[in-house]
Write a protein that binds this ligand. Structure first.
Ligand SMILES: NC(=O)c1ccc[n+]([C@@H]2O[C@H](COP(=O)([O-])OP(=O)(O)OC[C@H]3O[C@@H](n4cnc5c(N)ncnc54)[C@H](O)[C@@H]3O)[C@@H](O)[C@H]2O)c1
Length: 251
């Protein structure tokens, strides 16, 4: 029970990494409010995890919707001291083929959305004695070029820059950190792979496999807990050594 007494919002918490984080936070004693985009997913996660304090179907790119969901989460949990900005989208497209609307949408969700929620959370946490912790799900794509994802890569790079600035401005009351997952086997990712594609991707990861969402959740538990009291401004990579491997590593 490493998170007893913590009250956490998890955006993008109905599926994949976010759902694993929400489940694990509950198991570690936290109160949790899950946010997700799709009302059907909101119903499903509320049924799967009845211990959740609150579930919101909200678009993080919609500032008024974020304001409302934030107020509801705070009211349902009696406050907030932990924010997990995990909602994110990607669209696979060559750089020259990216539509301007698609680019805008990726930025709106992945960058503006994090800004909207974390600014509200930071103001709230600064005003309370115990401060808080803000965690962002960035990606190895913030530091490594992945083909077909120029917009997504740019959005995750922006998150790291924002996180670093927040960490220095909000210290010592609020700790701010980013997690860079590598290839993680979420249901959506699994559905995209043919067996051949999966084998090819696993072949470039020195650990030989994708991460499991539960493995990411363990890192989030640590970073949200008081054990991580000195961790701020950090980028925590969990990628099975993929991003330190050069092309030669696959020979
Ligand atoms: N799976 C991977 O390999 C991988 C690798 C690196 C980083 N990530 C990042 O991890 C995070 C979680 O992704 P995942 O792999 O679990 O995929 P996922 O698609 O299962 O989760 C994404 C979540 O974001 C939510 N979301 C999307 N748009 C939203 C919006 N506008 N408003 C509110 N919520 C919205 C969805 O409801 C969903 O719960 C994302 O930020 C993603 O970029 C994933």
């Amino acid at each position: 029970m490493r998170l007893t007494g913590k009250r956490a919002i998890v955006t993008g918490g109905s599926t994949g990494i976010g759902a694993a984080v929400a489940e694990r936070f509950l198991a570690e004693g936290a109160r949790v409010s899950v946010w997700c985009r799709n009302p059907k997913n909101a119903e499903a996660i509320a049924a799967d995890l009845p211990a959740l304090s609150h579930v919101a179907a909200v678009d993080v790119a919609d500032a008024p919707g974020v304001d409302l969901a934030f107020a509801q989460s705070v009211s349902a949990m009696g406050g907030i001291d932990t924010l997990i900005c995990n909602a994110g989208i990607s669209i696979r497209r060559n750089f020259v083929d990216i539509d301007r609307e698609e680019f805008d949408r990726v930025m709106k969700v992945n960058v503006h959305g994090v800004f909207y929620v974390s600014q509200l959370a930071a103001r709230h946490m600064l005003a309370q004695d115990k401060g808080g912790a803000i965690l962002m799900t960035a990606s190895t794509s913030a530091v490594t070029a992945y083909r077909h994802y120029a917009d997504y890569n740019a959005s995750k790079g922006a998150l790291l820059a924002m996180m670093r600035t927040m960490a220095i401005e909000l210290a010592p009351k609020i700790r701010v950190n980013a997690v860079n997952p590598g290839y993680t086997m979420t249901p959506m990712q699994e559905a995209e792979y043919s067996p051949e594609m999966l084998a090819r991707v696993n072949g470039i990861i020195p650990m030989g496999r994708h991460a499991r969402p539960e493995e990411l959740a363990s890192l989030y538990v640590y970073l949200a807990s008081d054990e991580a009291a000195y961790a701020s401004g950090g980028v925590f990579t969990l990628d099975g050594a993929e991003s330190v491997a050069s092309g030669a590593a696959t020979l």
